[in-house]
Design a protein around this ligand. Sequence first.
Ligand code: ZN
Length: 138
Amino acid sequence: MTTKTPCQQCGVNIEFDVEQANQFVACPSCSQQTRLLLSRPKPSAPDPKIKSEAKRAGRDGDSVIASILACFGLVDILFGIMGGAFIIYDRRDFPLGVAIIAAGLLAGCVLLGFASLIEHTKASAERLRRIELVLARP
Ligand SMILES: [Zn+2]
């Protein structure tokens, strides 16, 4: 039974008998020493191209912006509730307090929404790019 292995020097496929596995031979193409491996080396480290592309898709920048927005959103909600509660309690101005709470919640939700939108867009852009890369490969 024969199988194939890529030359470790030039990558050309070398056909050999499985009984010769793990022997070192001279590659017929580049004539350098290469080992006859039975199974191709595990799909080692992800394609560096894909890796760098994924990185370029903006993991760093966009994630930071999304996190900051999310933080602002939470702080907004917190301050809205606290401020509103304080005004209701301290000034007995119920409508104003409720308005402040509502405004805080609204602004906070908008910020959180933006944050998740950024994350979503980023994730799908990354996925698209990966698919493109896989399709573009020979
Ligand atoms: Zn070779």
